[in-house]
Design a protein around this ligand. Structure first.
Ligand code: FAD
Ligand code: NAP
Length: 351
């Protein structure tokens, strides 16, 4: 059994990819469900206001801290990847919630388990993957999700969630909405394909495969293409603080899309097949700015900014506070609404 230690006044700067300098009043990590239970028991005894904030942190790559955490921050370090079953078409793999997501993808590539190759190089933990139904290049976690186990904070019970219990949507799940803050996900079981079903519907993947002169499609060649594209386009949080896309791509009706197309012929939209169209939020942001004639793309105010290559990504150049970044996001939201009458929604979790 590991040693339980609750630390006090711990800086979270290195534990969030925005690099925002906030403090946790109390902080503990856990490596097993038993150690999680023990930490909570200890915290309960030490802290009269036990009901105060409990927050679980994975890789900190989808969170913007705007204040100190006046409670307990729990760092999930449950690791382990194991095969739990197999049938004619699928392999079932359970991974500890504290596993690094990309390490899990590499494990699948190594064993020829297909389904997560398009999701290579997404930062963060396995445990957060269902939280916003992570997605990239036409694949979402829901496509390979089987079930998860979670610790219910109010009862201390372990609960199993199936895919339908998770209510996955576009960058959404029950954990981001109705059940926010109620569960700590401890493991996730994925259902991976024995025979790959390649998804290269996103133009950038095809272009990269062509550029690299890849003649045979394999899960490895697709993962490599995704890794190349991502490495060339996205700001590395180790170099410049960010949490990936700050906003979701908004979905609007086909009618509203047609009206916008008449006014803005260059608008970028993808039909969703249900009378709705998904707009590229990055394009909308690029067309707006702090003043007429200036784009948000590449804009900087103090140490908060909108990335010069990817308008959807807000960045911390060094000493920005969470409030600086949040205020910039509000100004962007408002200007996009003013120009297009489309409301952007923040994808990043604001604390
Ligand atoms: P954290 O930031 O630690 O947590 C996020 C939220 O989940 C918090 O509210 C936290 O309390 C909660 N949470 C974390 N772990 C648990 C748990 N075990 N149980 C319950 N709640 C939990 N996302 C995509 O979907 N697609 C992408 O392509 C993508 N690309 C990115 C690229 C970059 C450069 C960056 C910085 C981010 C990107 N993201 C992307 C966002 C982010 O990587 C994912 O959302 C990731 O799943 C977050 O994992 P995390 O462990 O860092 O979560
Ligand atoms: P991109 O290829 O420049 O495309 C811009 C946007 O258009 C994307 O957000 C994507 O929506 C959408 N899109 C592109 N081709 C599409 C197609 N064939 N069908 C439907 N929609 C299409 O995007 P990017 O910024 O370089 O990102 C590439 C992928 O990685 C995207 O899937 C993106 O979501 C993901 N990503 C996510 C984050 C994050 O933090 N959430 C960060 C970086 C990258 P979708 O976003 O809905 O896929």
């Amino acid at each position: 059994m590991e040693k339980i230690e609750i630390k006090h006044h711990v800086s979270l700067k290195k534990l969030n990819t925005f690099g925002i300098d906030v403090m946790a009043r109390n902080f503990a990590s856990f490596q097993t469900v038993a150690s999680l239970q023990e930490v909570l028991e200890t915290y309960k005894k030490q802290t009269p206001q036990y009901k105060a904030v409990l927050m679980v942190l994975g890789g900190g790559s989808n969170i913007l801290f705007t204040k100190d955490v006046d409670g307990l921050v729990l760092k999930n370090e449950i690791t382990g990847i194991e095969k739990t079953g197999e049938d004619a078409d699928y392999i079932y793999i359970q991974a500890g919630a504290g596993e690094n997501w990309h390490r899990f993808v590499l494990y699948c590539l190594e064993h020829q388990y297909a389904g997560v190759e398009n999701l290579a190089l997404i930062p963060g933990s396995v445990g957060a993957s269902p939280m916003q139904n992570i997605g990239a290049y036409g694949v979402e976690i829901k496509d390979v999700f089987h079930s998860l186990e979670a610790f219910e904070i109010s009862t201390g019970n372990m609960v199993q969630f199936t895919a339908s219990d998770c209510a996955f949507g576009y960058r959404e799940s029950v954990f981001k909405n109705k059940c926010r803050g109620e569960y700590i996900i401890t493991s996730v079981t994925y259902r991976l394909n024995k025979v790959p079903v390649f998804n290269t519907s996103y133009g950038a993947i095809e272009a990269e495969l062509e550029k690299e002169k890849v003649s045979e499609r394999t899960i490895r060649s697709i993962a490599r293409a995704v890794i190349n594209i991502r490495s060339s386009k996205l700001p590395d949080p180790a170099v410049i603080g960010n949490a990936g896309s700050f906003f979701k791509n908004p979905e609007i009706s086909e009618n509203q899309y047609k009206e916008l197309q008449d006014r803005f012929p260059g608008i970028v939209g993808y039909p969703l097949g249900n009378s709705m169209v998904k707009l590229a939020a990055g394009w909308l942001i690029e067309q707006c700015g702090p003043v007429t004639g200036k784009s948000w793309k590449g804009y900087r105010i103090g140490d908060a900014g909108c990335h010069e290559k990817q308008a959807l990504v807000l960045v911390n150049y060094g000493k920005a506070t969470g409030t600086d970044v949040f205020n910039l996001s509000t100004a962007i939201l408002e200007s996009v609404y003013e120009k297009f009458s489309v409301r952007l929604e923040r994808e990043v979790n604001i604390y």
